[in-house]
Design a protein around this ligand. Sequence first.
Ligand code: OOG
Ligand code: NI
Length: 463
Amino acid sequence: MTFQPTSQLRARFAASLSTMYGREVPAYTTLVDVANEINSGLGGDSRVTAERHGAIRVGTPRELRQVGQIFAGFGMYPVGFYDLRETGSTPVPVVSTAFRPVDEIELELNPFRVFTSMLTVDDDRFFSADLRRRLTTFLSGRALFSDELLTLASRAAEDNGLAEADADRFVELATAAFQLSSEPTDRAWYSELAEISAVAADIGGVTRTHINHLTPRVLDIDELYRRLQARGLHMIDKIQGPPRWNGPDVLLRQTSFRALDEARLFVEPDGTVAPGTTRVRFGEVEQRGIALTPLGRQRYDDLMAATDAAASTGLSWQDAGRSVWEASTFPLDHDGLRRAGLAYFTYRVIAARGARPLSSDADLDALITAGVVEAVPIIYEDFLPRSAAGIFQSNLTGDGAMDGERRGAHYDIGWLADTLGYTVHMPEQLYAAQRIRSLHACCAELNIDPARQSPDNLILEAQ
Ligand code: OOG
Ligand code: NI
């Protein structure tokens, strides 16, 4: 029987969720078709065509830990900690991480990632003691994942894959765990939670969890936005993240179309079961650019703040962003980003053997200029807290309720690591490590001393 390695399990899982989500939310299929049209016109490779991120939401640390166990079976590990309670203009009562492959070879094989949020039940600003008690009872009474699924996941994680029959079962059970439930929802309970936040109701008002959206990657998001609008899809009013401008794509640009009404059964207060609708799922698409160093990220955040100020004078977000970015000193090409230490690259030797330097203190920058070494941009594989909050918000009905006078519960990356039982990597550490590995490999191949590199390189190395 053939053994299926983790990367294959992950690719199958992403594809199987995609098929299911296309059946559940037909507009998703339109989105994927249009994204494929654009990508194939722009020479997208097989990684980009298959590339998706998903989003799920759970209610308790125990559920979060189990989700982590399932994703580990697919070679996906927690990266980043996002606290969305105060990130956007409307508070969202969740903290989040992203499960994704961390290794560049695994990313290349299949980069599937899932943005995963947990309801902050312990936060007094959202939940009173009485509601918290009832919510905790409700959540501890449900089982989102079967023992069979969790056991297969642990085996897959331990053995770095599964034999074919087990692999089939693992993918089938994992996909089904994120299917929209047909079980009737208690109307009164759902509504009580919805008063606080639509997200609280979506997570804690039902007995199951579900995939909330599945996002393809597109190489030209502005073109996609136009084409979807032309097809009559109701898009949110902006593309989140940096604007389209005359410099390089950085980080992540995302947009979405509005949540759609989906039929669901409700148990009414009088005990009868009646059809109703919920509006919790939506379509999203993203374009990815180069990963920024902490220095670059600081510049990015400053430009975003300046864009807010410019947009408040009545310009559209895109027009405000473009004028702010184009008036700034943010570098206009990858080379400029690299020289200023604002973005991450890997390095590889491209010159033939005879054309290589003989001196052991050759400068990397000079080697790049001389065409001996090539700097390849590292694509940003993660998320942006502000865009994530924006995506949540644009799909919430109502502002929800938060009592700012009460104290918020404390959650941080250490809490997350303890809860999951895994190290939580920070995105920038992964990019920096990847950069240094490639730099050292290059130096070894050229027989030059990595310690004798130019100050720019050392600045980057220290980050
Ligand atoms: C997650 C929203 C965040 C993104 O792409 O930033 C997100 C959710 O709605 O559960 O998916
Ligand atoms: Ni998303």
